[in-house]
Design a protein around this ligand. Structure first.
Ligand SMILES: NC(=O)c1ccc[n+]([C@@H]2O[C@H](COP(=O)([O-])OP(=O)(O)OC[C@H]3O[C@@H](n4cnc5c(N)ncnc54)[C@H](OP(=O)(O)O)[C@@H]3O)[C@@H](O)[C@H]2O)c1
Length: 341
């Protein structure tokens, strides 16, 4: 689909269904939401907790903020809901933290029904993580997809142990990754897309490729491509989809200053969705029976950009995937083929 400003504005003002109209009872289920201490992740975690899952795990880098979020969710639990969210440490700027989280999930969870991979950053500042990757590529992509690879085996095992009555048994485990409408705005700057491809790793690490106002869009396009690959590799026992929440109030632009900060602040006041409203898209995608790899927007199925669907985009997706596989293998000893095979 081509980006259209008119469609974007219409979508921003569309009324989305209330979560109570579509969220199923989650009794007995185990749910993980990343970046659940604030913003869209918090609102999604709150809505899903209110459907009474057996375990709700708030995966956060700041556990004090996570505990405060857990208390707030419990405070608003409807009568009869006894779920108390657990707070687990997950820092996507450290690949070791991601593998620790994956190992803990494998050891401590006997099932995993829903993962909302929501945590992300938007920064105009070039910074390398301790692992040596540009911070937004690491947080939004390299670590985000590593987490998916580590959790998919547990989602697949859960698919073989359905719960409860027939309706409940029809529910497939879900992995929902959060992207952005801005993935349309990458131009030709998708790593692996340009003629000088074969340099994907440089793209992830080098300052010369960093365009402050484009990097976020690039990472969100890579989210879409990686979800496409993951859903093909994981097969149809589980549902993997990608979610566009729309332009929403949250803390995402907390560090944006100057003219861009002013412009985006103004836009948000004029047409930003309330955080709770944007998060309905996350709750919808994480619980509805969407097709594999579906692109979710406005609590329904939509389409990503033409570029990511094009043969060039798909080729870039394969190159990026292969590069990430080699990063996971060499840095943290994770063999994605073995885990997803
Ligand atoms: N808001 C929008 O308009 C919009 C539009 C499209 C897509 N999105 C996407 O929606 C998702 C949620 O963003 P938001 O708008 O709710 O922003 P937000 O309020 O800033 O929330 C982002 C969450 O991600 C967490 N996070 C950041 N870096 C992390 C790391 N290294 N390890 C673990 N967690 C980390 C943050 O934790 P801290 O609080 O500790 O920083 C926070 O919990 C993001 O993927 C974003 O790209 C947002």
């Amino acid at each position: 689909m081509k980006f259209s400003s008119t469609k974007f504005v219409k979508s921003q003002f569309r009324t989305l269904p209330e979560v109570d109209s579509f969220l199923p009872d989650l009794s007995g289920r185990t749910v993980i939401v990343t970046g659940a201490n604030t913003g869209l992740g918090f609102e999604c975690a709150k809505a899903l907790t209110h459907r009474n899952p057996a375990r709700m795990i708030l995966a956060v880098r700041n556990t004090i903020a996570g505990e405060a979020a857990a208390r707030e969710i419990v405070r608003t639990n409807p009568p009869g809901v006894k779920t108390v969210p657990e707070v687990w440490k997950l820092d996507l700027s450290s690949l070791a933290s991601v593998t620790d989280f994956g190992q803990r999930a494998d050891k401590e969870l006997n099932r995993l029904d829903i993962v909302v991979s929501n945590a992300g950053i938007c920064t105009e500042v070039f910074e390398l993580t301790a692992d040596g990757f540009e911070s937004s590529y690491q947080v939004n992509n390299i670590a985000n997809s590593l987490l998916a690879v580590l959790l998919i085996p547990l989602l697949l095992r859960t698919a073989d142990t359905p719960l409860g009555n027939r309706t409940q048994r029809e529910f497939k485990p879900h992995l929902s990754v959060v992207t952005s409408e801005l993935h349309h705005h990458v131009g030709g700057r998708l790593p692996g897309y340009r003629k000088d491809s074969g340099k994907v790793r440089n793209y992830f690490t080098e300052r010369e490729y960093f365009r402050p106002n484009q990097r976020y869009s690039e990472t969100k396009a890579v989210n879409v491509l990686n979800v496409h690959t993951l859903s093909q590799l994981a097969g149809d026992k589980i549902i993997i989809n990608i979610i566009n929440p729309g332009f929403c109030h949250s803390e995402l632009l907390r560090n944006q200053k100057g003219a861009l900060g002013f412009f985006n602040g103004l836009m948000k006041e004029m047409m930003g969705r309330k955080t709770e409203v944007g998060a309905r898209n996350l709750s919808w995608g994480a619980t509805q029976a969407t097709p594999p790899g579906a692109y979710v927007g406005d609590c329904g199925i939509s389409e990503p950009s033409d570029l990511v669907l094009s043969p060039d985009g798909q080729k870039a997706g394969r190159e990026i995937w292969n590069e990430m596989k080699s990063i996971w293998a060499t840095r943290v000893g994770v063999d994605a083929d073995a885990l997803l095979g």
